[in-house]
Write a protein that binds this ligand. Structure first.
Ligand code: ACO
Length: 321
């Protein structure tokens, strides 16, 4: 059996941070509301492109794995904020990291994108099609933010996280996964005036992220919990077997609700939404890196991860470290 072991990891978080108090100077909000309703205290805003964030994270991951770009067979970039649509943004990352022989492709499953990409790259390694992949999630969510609207201005941030996967006989990497998409209500979370459906001969308004927060909140909790249960059941994992939970970081209260449903203790849950806000596909990739840095993920740890996003896409993954 071939496995896709995670041999390297890295992140790129922009140095410029905007605190809740600073946001309060541009829209009618306050630190108390934002912190208690979302858990967010600060978010990063990038002055460089999505491709550059992805490049930095990928270079860190390659250095961590001790391999060079030219040894990589595939670069999969999860993003819903691509630098360019044509050519794809992954091709720029491929070039920047020197992965000249690698296939390069963007994956858009919004906030679930990193787990979708991890599944795709793992499947290709397990099928023997490729030996090494860089899976990177990068977002410049603040590009879509309407800073005049308080409901969205407070929630999002920019950043990137990456992993290197390598074929291995050691049972590790993605061991169980489930992805899906409940498309009926896809309009409750979308970006306006973007894509080839818009009439390019008519003036259009700005592209901005619109969402029904309460509805998404409920669906995110239910969707991620059910997906986790399903993956755990198939992998025959008991609750005690889970060492770390890495949920998508969209709202601290969503994370706490999932934690309660799964009955997982605080010390096993990775939370960094306070520092970065919602970086969409990048939240789990960044949180994974930080959980390793903080010693929360130890060798052979069993990690459950879950995501929910526009589509409405969802995903759960069981990763053995
Ligand atoms: N500051 C102060 N007041 C605010 C703010 C703000 N930034 N935003 C909204 N309010 C007000 C509203 O106007 C409303 O006032 P009213 O009662 O006088 O009408 C009140 O706060 C409550 O608004 P709700 O939208 O009901 O607040 P809620 O507790 O649902 O929190 C939130 C909103 C944070 C968006 C929450 O619903 C949420 O986290 N939803 C899920 C996450 C989400 O939608 N993310 C979008 C990306 S998708 C993803 O990542 C899965």
């Amino acid at each position: 059996m071939i496995y896709a072991k995670i041999t390297g990891w890295g992140k790129a978080v922009p140095p410029a941070a905007i605190s809740n108090d600073e946001i309060s100077t541009i829209v009618d909000t306050n630190d108390e509301w934002i912190a208690t309703r979302t858990g967010i205290r600060s978010r990063r805003v990038s002055h460089v492109s999505t491709a550059e964030l992805a490049t930095i994270a990928s270079k860190h991951a390659l250095a961590c794995a001790g391999i060079e770009g030219k040894e990589v067979d595939l670069v999969l970039l999860a993003t819903c904020t691509p630098s360019t649509m044509v050519a794809n943004t992954a091709s720029l990352v491929q070039k920047n990291i020197g992965a000249t022989g690698a296939a390069a492709c963007d994956t858009n499953a919004a906030c679930s994108g990193f787990l979708y990409a991890l599944q795709n790259a793992t499947a290709q390694i397990q099928a023997g099609m490729i030996k090494r992949a860089v899976v990177v999630a990068a977002e410049r969510m603040t590009w879509y933010v309407n800073w005049a609207k308080r409901d969205s201005a407070v929630l999002f941030g920019d950043g990137a996280g990456a992993v290197v996967l390598e074929a291995s006989s050691e049972p590790s990497g993605l061991m169980g996964t489930k992805t899906g998409c409940d498309t009926e209500d896809r309009d409750i979370l979308h970006i306006t005036n973007y894509g080839s459906d818009i009439d390019k001969y008519k003036p259009v308004g700005p592209s901005e992220l619109l969402f029904e927060g309460r509805e998404i909140f409920k669906r995110a909790v239910t969707g991620m919990s059910i997906a986790c249960d399903d993956v755990m059941q198939k992998a025959q994992l008991e609750l005690d077997d889970i060492d770390v939970l890495i949920p998508h970081q969209a709202n601290l209260r969503i994370i706490q609700a999932i934690q309660k449903k799964l009955d997982i203790s605080d010390d096993k849950v990775m939370v960094n939404i306070d520092q970065y806000g919602n970086t969409s596909a990048a939240t789990i990739a960044i949180a994974l890196c930080e959980a390793v840095e903080q010693g929360l993920i130890k060798p052979n740890a069993n990690i459950m991860s879950a995501a929910f996003g526009a589509g409405l896409t969802w995903a759960a993954s069981y990763i053995r470290w």
